[in-house]
Design a protein around this ligand. Structure first.
Ligand SMILES: [Zn+2]
Ligand SMILES: [Zn+2]
Length: 248
């Protein structure tokens, strides 16, 4: 193996770049879990206005996600899980198609999103295009070209594994060698997905904020609880919506 000095790579800078990317990936997944999913899509938690604003700006400009479209796609997923009308069922879409969440969001019709998620404010159509570029630009400025790109790749990798991985691995399992398409819990992924991989628990009752059970804790729920205790969020099981059940 070549000594690190020979190939011009500082092990410290390399580690910082990878750690930065992984931390950004985990933060992105946490934001998706506690804001987009449990907050907006299911109305299980309401955040105080300054924090909600902050989450909305980060979702739009850092992750480049159109929140209204994300919620619309998720509500369709609940209404038509594991059928041809499920927008990201591993039964009907390839892994590559499911991983390309950006394309899925871009091509989802505005009118359909408005009909399915009229309660979610529409976000800038510009942000989903340049949003992740803002973060990548900051990484390049902070870490330099090589390490900045490395951190960006780590960010994308962790975000994809923990985000799209839910659709890929939590709706497909094998029984006697045959693929079965239905929601399933993946406890080993619970830490990096902030509990979202406890997916059968979620589908069994989408109004349940705590996705954990007697075998495994839900880290996303713990985060929401901490925010609620700090007065930054209100947990109200009664405000949970059943809207997704009405989606056609
Ligand atoms: Zn699902
Ligand atoms: Zn859901």
């Amino acid at each position: 193996m070549l000594p690190v000095a020979v190939v011009g790579v500082s092990i410290v800078d390399f580690s910082i770049a990878v750690a930065t990317g992984v931390a950004l990936g985990l933060a992105s997944t946490l934001l998706s879990s506690i804001y987009l999913h449990r907050g907006l899509a299911h109305n299980l938690v309401v955040y105080r206005r300054p924090l909600e604003r902050c989450f909305r700006i980060l979702t739009t400009w850092a992750l480049g996600i159109n929140a209204r479209k994300w919620v619309a796609i998720h509500r369709l997923h609940h209404a038509h899980s594991d059928t041809r009308r499920d927008p990201h069922s591993p039964r009907f879409y390839s892994g590559l198609e499911i991983l390309r969440t950006g394309k899925m969001l871009r091509t989802f019709p505005d009118s359909r999103a408005a009909a399915l998620a009229s309660d979610i404010p529409d976000s800038s159509s510009l942000a989903p295009t340049i949003g992740p570029g803002v973060v990548l630009g900051a990484l390049l400025l902070q870490l330099g070209a090589g390490y900045g790109i490395l951190a960006g790749l780590a960010w994308v990798l962790v975000s994809k594994v923990s985000g799209s991985g839910i659709a890929l691995w939590c709706h497909r399992h094998k029984q006697e060698g045959r693929p079965i398409y239905e929601s399933i819990n993946r406890p080993r992924l619970a830490l990096i997905t902030w509990g979202e991989s406890l997916h059968a628990n979620h589908h069994s009752d989408p109004r349940r904020l705590n996705l954990g059970d007697s075998h495994v804790a839900d880290p996303g729920y713990l985060c929401v609880q901490i925010m609620a205790r700090a007065g930054l969020a209100t947990i109200d099981d009664d405000c949970a919506t059943t809207r997704e059940c009405d989606v056609q």
